[in-house]
Every structure is written in structure tokens, then in C-alpha cells.
Ligand binder design. Structure first.
Ligand code: GDP
Ligand code: GDP
Length: 489
């Protein structure tokens, strides 16, 4: 998978429309709603793209959101520090101001703050809800001293695309623009015999199936079929690892199931995303639990497709209750999004492409260190690890190591003090915050940060020297940033 996308941070004083802009830029991309609550969740960071250029959008106004209260002042001690850290990791900034208020003293403060960062800034003159205000926007904010002032209205969804054109031009030439052609994700459709895999594969492939039927190897264990899905205008190139369609002769059931499981296993290990199909009329047999285990052990993102919904709904089942019922029998795949489909009628099969696109986006989310630590702080404040014995498990800080799948490293006082289930809890929290509805496995590694009290004198002095070097490095960085800011202003 390609390198992580550049960070674009939305900054500005409260109430100018940062969150509104965040949602407007993401557009339909936030439309995947949370199953239980039925509402689109608030998010601080989300991947997006503009004409094929990928980026991670961060709403600094949302830092602190995990406390369920919005930061009222970005200069509120800790929040200010967090915002500064996000800015340091950003490649470009969108500074939101409010046309209805003009330049306020607080905007000027924000301006000083941003200038010191030396980062490219585009001013979004928001709440430019009509032509008159749009025409005046540049004049109103010229005194801020920034070249790029783009009028936007989140209410009317206007000016957003022009704003993003401008931001894209300011991103450093790079890495993602000259990206290799989009990688094909490998998809495995797995499930026990007769759940409807062939029917679904035929439906997904449509006419393309005809083209591949002569591919040599069709009789072997699995065939790789390149194909594309068009999801609302976005082309999604995929390779299907087809384990269906190979079981031609009916054999004794158990033998069939044995071979189907080992083929499924191979496909699961090889793929990027698993489409795990189950039969709605008989959803959770031992076989399902076994395949589910393999998926979890192989740590692959997984989407649950409950097939034959036509038959189940004809019996009067309600979607919500039915989903809850299936969930209850498969707690280990609780994190996998679930679609009720009918491969036969095509019901909901369109959603599969949208869901795969969503998972692909989530697989690329790289959480900036500052955002991750803010999240950790809030999570730990809300749900501190229960103490075991006299000593308490402590997490000092954390960082993301890579993806996919997302891997995080936490620096802790002592691994053995980590309460049972606490890592599981953190995994779920990380998944909810940064990888919602993607069935994504999350890895957390713990590393003990050596307590200097117990360290040898040599170790202590080495650590002291390292800290000294780090602080000198940071001071130099700050000087450089200040220098850049002065030159720009
Ligand atoms: P934040 O605190 O900067 O994140 O601001 P919000 O996104 O929460 O928006 C603050 C208020 O401004 C909300 O009531 C929004 O509905 C409103 N708002 C946001 N964008 C616009 C806009 O383009 N025009 C108008 N008229 N109101 C807007
Ligand atoms: P596979 O063994 O998993 O590849 O399953 P098949 O695609 O061969 O389907 C097994 C049987 O289930 C066939 O008779 C299909 O027509 C039927 N089937 C597949 N999907 C559906 C569906 O959504 N609804 C209904 N009612 N039958 C289905």
C-alpha cells in the first residue's frame, strides 16, 4: 500500500464553521453511519481525496471532542498545545474565519500562531452565503496578510471545491501525486457451501465473468479475477480471489466442508479484505464460527454479508433485531460491519462496493501522533485502567507505527500490570475513533519505558544525554519555524 497521505488541518477560533467545513469537504464520505445509534459519528480525522489526491483531514476544533465537550477556546492551555502539534504535522492549513464577523482580535491571535508555524495557509472566508458577501470576502480579510482567501459557505455547500483546488496547489510536490496506479485490493469471498458465494460473485462480476471463464487455472483451488466496481463515479479496482465455483461435484457434506474451509483459509491469508458470507436462514453454525476465527487470527479487515435476506425478511424479520441476533452469536466479529443482502435479487449488493471503498480509505488512515495522544489522554481520563494490587498500569504516550493493518505502540510503566481486557478495550476505542465501520483489526504493542530510578548510573547518564539532545533538537526546530514565519510575514 502506498505511503501515508499528507495531513491537512482545519484551524480557527470557535464557531466559525470548522466542523461544518470538515463535513462539507468529506461530503458523502461521512455518510457511513453508526449501526447502533443510527447517526453519523463525530470524527476528528478522516481520509479523503480531491481529484485523486489523497489526504488526511483533521478538524482541530474537534480535539477534546472525546470528552464530549467542544473546545471553546483553542488557546485553552492543553488544547493549544495539541493544536500546535497537529499543525506541526500538517502539510497545509485551512484557516476558517467568519465573513459575518470580519476580523476579530481572536482571529489575529490565531494568525500569529499560524504564521509562526511557517506552514502554507489558505483562508476559508466562511459563511459567505450570498454573492454580495462572496465578492467582499477577499477585501474583508486582506489585512490578515495571506494571499489565498477563498469564500465558502458550508450551508450552501459552495466554494468548497475551489478551496480544495487551492489547498492542493500548496501541498508540497510529492509522494502521493505521482502515485503508482491504484493498487488492486485483493478480495476474498468466503463462507460455507451454499451460502450464495457463486451467486454473489456472478452478480459482482456481471458480464466480466464471461471474459474470465476461460482463464487457465479455473479448475485449481482459487482463481484470481481482476475486475472493477464503479462506486458513485469512483473506480475501485479489485482482484477477486475466487474460491467459489470450484466445487462442482457434490460430495459428502463433511468432505465438501473440509475442502471449502481449507480453500477459504488460503484465500483469507492472501487477501486484503474478507467478504464473509453467511446464510441468513441459518446464520451461525459451527462452520461460521470456525471461519470467523480464521479471519480474526489472520487479522484481516472483514465485512459480514448476511445473504438470503429475501427469505428472512419474508418471514417478517426486522433488520435491526436480526442483526443484533447474528451479532450475539459472533461476538468475536463484533467490529465487522454487516450488510443484509440478497445475491439472488441484488438487494443491497450495491452497498458492497461502497463498503469496500470505505474500508480501502480506512486502511490508509495514518493517525498523527498529536491526535493519537489527545485521544489517549481523553480515553484514559474517562476510563482509567483499573488498578491491580498496589501498582497501577500507566500509559505515558503512544504513537502509530504503520498501517495496514493499523499498529500502535504504547509506552507504559510495566507490561505485566496491564489489566486483562484493557488492551481489548483500547483496541475498540481506537477502532471507533479512527477506523469506524471498516472491520479493521488493530494491533497494540506495549513497550516499557525504563524508569530512570531503577536504571544503572551509565543508563541514567545515557538517557540524560538523549533527553538533552532531544530538547536541543526541538529548540532548533522551533527556531527554524520562527525564522520561516518571520520571512513569510
Ligand atoms: P466550529 O466551532 O468552528 O467547528 O463551528 P461549527 O462548524 O460548529 O459551526 C458553528 C455554527 O456556524 C453552526 O451553527 C453552523 O451551522 C454555522 N455555520 C457553519 N458554516 C456556515 C455557513 O457557511 N453559513 C452559515 N450561515 N452558517 C454556518
Ligand atoms: P455457494 O455454494 O456458496 O457458491 O452458493 P451458491 O451461489 O451456489 O448458492 C446456493 C443456493 O442458494 C443456490 O440455489 C442459489 O440460487 C441460492 N441463493 C443464493 N443467494 C440467494 C439469495 O440471496 N436468496 C435466495 N433465496 N437464494 C439464494
Amino acid at each position: 500500500m502506498s505511503a501515508s497521505a499528507p495531513v491537512i488541518a482545519i484551524v480557527g477560533r470557535p464557531n466559525v464553521g470548522k466542523s461544518a467545513l470538515f463535513n462539507s469537504i468529506l461530503g458523502r464520505r461521512v455518510s457511513i453511519v453508526h449501526e447502533q445509534s443510527g447517526v453519523t459519528r463525530d470524527r476528528v480525522a478522516a481520509p479523503s481525496e480531491h481529484f485523486g489526491r489523497r489526504f488526511l483531514l483533521v478538524d482541530t476544533g474537534g480535539l477534546g471532542l472525546y470528552n464530549r465537550e467542544k473546545a471553546t477556546d483553542i488557546f485553552d492551555g492543553m488544547i493549544r498545545e495539541q493544536v500546535a502539534e497537529v499543525i506541526a504535522e500538517a502539510s497545509a492549513l485551512i484557516w476558517v474565519v467568519n465573513c459575518q464577523d470580519g476580523i476579530t482580535p481572536q482571529d489575529e491571535e490565531v494568525g500569529d500562531f499560524l504564521r509562526r508555524s511557517g506552514k502554507p495557509v489558505v483562508v476559508a472566508a466562511n459563511k459567505a452565503d450570498n454573492d454580495v458577501v462572496r465578492a467582499e470576502a477577499e477585501g474583508i480579510f486582506a489585512a490578515l496578510g495571506y494571499e489565498h482567501i477563498m469564500p465558502t459557505s458550508c450551508t450552501h455547500r459552495s466554494g468548497i471545491s475551489d478551496l480544495m483546488d487551492c489547498v492542493m496547489e500548496l501541498l508540497p510536490a510529492d509522494d502521493t501525486a505521482a502515485e503508482a496506479p491504484e493498487e488492486r485490493l485483493q478480495i476474498a469471498v468466503v463462507g460455507r457451501p451454499n451460502v450464495g458465494k457463486s451467486s454473489l460473485v456472478n452478480r459482482l462480476l456481471g458480464v466480466q465473468r464471461v471474459m474470465v471463464s476461460d482463464v487457465p487455472g479455473t479448475t485449481r483451488d482459487a482463481v484470481e479475477i481482476p475486475f472493477s466496481l464503479n462506486v458513485d463515479g469512483t473506480e475501485l479496482p479489485l482482484t477477486l480471489i475466487d474460491t467459489a465455483g470450484m466445487r462442482r461435484k457434490k460430495q459428502v457434506d463433511t468432505v465438501v466442508e473440509f475442502f471449502s474451509l481449507s480453500r477459504s483459509e488460503a484465500a483469507i491469508r492472501r487477501c486484503d479484505i474478507v467478504l464473509f458470507m453467511i446464510d441468513g436462514t441459518d446464520p451461525c453454525t459451527t462452520q461460521e464460527r470456525r471461519i470467523g476465527r480464521v479471519i480474526v487470527d489472520a487479522r484481516k479487515p472483514c465485512v459480514l454479508l448476511v445473504n438470503k435476506w429475501d427469505l428472512v425478511s419474508a418471514e417478517g424479520a426486522k433488520a435491526r433485531d436480526f442483526k443484533a441476533q447474528v451479532r450475539a452469536t459472533m461476538p468475536f466479529l463484533d467490529h465487522a460491519p454487516m450488510l443484509l443482502i440478497s445475491a439472488l435479487s441484488g438487494y443491497n449488493c450495491q452497498q458492497i462496493g461502497a463498503q469496500l471503498l470505505h474500508v480501502r480509505e480506512q486502511m490508509r488512515v495514518s493517525v498523527p501522533t498529536a491526535v493519537f495522544n489527545q485521544f489517549l489522554q481523553d480515553t484514559l481520563a474517562r476510563n482509567p485502567p483499573p488498578s491491580t494490587g498496589l501498582k497501577r498500569f500507566k500509559i505515558f504516550y503512544g504513537t502509530m507505527r504503520g498501517c495496514p493493518p493499523p499498529r500502535f505502540l504504547l509506552f507504559v510503566n510495566k507490561k505485566s500490570l496491564c489489566p486483562r481486557n484493557y488492551l481489548q478495550f483500547l483496541e475498540n476505542q481506537i477502532r471507533d475513533a479512527f477506523y469506524p465501520e471498516a472491520g479493521m483489526p488493530i494491533f497494540i504493542d506495549l513497550r516499557e519505558r525504563e524508569s530512570l530510578d531503577n536504571a544503572s548510573p551509565a543508563r541514567r547518564s545515557a538517557a540524560g544525554a538523549k533527553r538533552q539532545r532531544e530538547s536541543e533538537y526541538q529548540a532548533t526546530q522551533r527556531r527554524i519555524q520562527r525564522g520561516k514565519g518571520m520571512r513569510k510575514s
